[in-house]
Design a protein around this ligand. Structure first.
Ligand code: SF4
Ligand code: SF4
Length: 170
C-alpha cells in the first residue's frame, strides 16, 4: 500500500517522501474529531427543486475534487509550527465549509462556526496549502479568502448588518 501511495504522491506533488503520507494519516486522525464531525452536513430545504445553474455547479465542483490526503493540513504553518490544532480548523476543513457555504441549495449558516470555533482569522493566506494540493484546488483563493470576505461583509458592512438585523438574524 505504501508503494502505491508513494507512487501517487511522487507523480502529483513536490513532496516525495513517504513520511509525508504517514504524517498526513497521523494528522487526519488528530484532526477528524475537531473538524469534519463538527461541521453541519449539507442541508437542503425539504421541498428543494434539484436544479442548479452551471455557474453554481462550477463554483463548488473544484472543492469536490478533494481526496482528503491532508497534505494541506500538514504544511499549514499554523498547525505544523504553532500546533494550534485545538483552535484552528485548517485548510482541508475550510475547503469543506466553503463547499457547503457556496452550495446554492444548502440552507445552513456556518460562518460563525468558522470564525468562532474554527479561527478562520488565523489564516494569513500564505498559500502553502494550495501549493501542495495534489488535486490543484485553489484552497486559499477560492475557499479561504471568499470565506473571509463573507465574514467581513457580515460583521463590518453596515448595509449587510442592517439587513440582517431587520431579518432578525443579528
Ligand atoms: S493559506 Fe492559510 S490555511 Fe493555507 S497554509 Fe497558509 S495559513 Fe495555512
Ligand atoms: S484540499 Fe487538496 S491537499 Fe487538502 S486534503 Fe483535499 S486534496 Fe488533499
Amino acid at each position: 500500500m505504501l508503494g502505491a501511495l508513494r507512487w501517487s504522491i511522487d507523480k502529483r506533488t513536490p513532496l516525495q517522501d513517504v513520511d509525508a503520507v504517514l504524517l498526513s494519516l497521523r494528522h487526519r486522525r488528530l484532526l477528524e474529531p475537531r473538524g469534519e464531525k463538527r461541521i453541519p452536513p449539507f442541508t437542503p430545504k425539504p421541498d428543494t427543486e434539484w436544479a442548479i445553474g452551471q455557474e453554481d455547479v462550477d463554483r463548488v465542483a473544484e472543492f469536490r475534487k478533494c481526496i482528503e490526503c491532508f497534505l494541506c493540513q500538514d504544511v499549514c504553518h499554523i498547525l505544523r509550527d504553532h500546533q494550534l490544532h485545538s483552535s484552528y480548523f485548517g485548510p482541508r476543513f475550510l475547503v469543506r465549509i466553503a463547499s457547503l457555504e457556496m452550495h446554492p441549495l444548502d440552507t445552513l449558516d456556518r460562518l460563525d462556526l468558522t470564525t468562532d470555533e474554527g479561527s478562520l482569522g488565523l489564516c494569513n493566506t500564505t498559500k502553502c496549502c494550495t501549493k501542495v494540493c495534489p488535486e490543484g484546488i485553489h484552497i486559499t483563493d477560492n475557499a479561504i479568502i471568499p470565506l473571509k470576505e463573507r465574514v467581513v461583509d457580515r460583521r463590518y458592512d453596515p448595509f449587510v448588518r442592517e439587513a440582517r438585523q431587520q431579518d432578525g438574524q443579528a
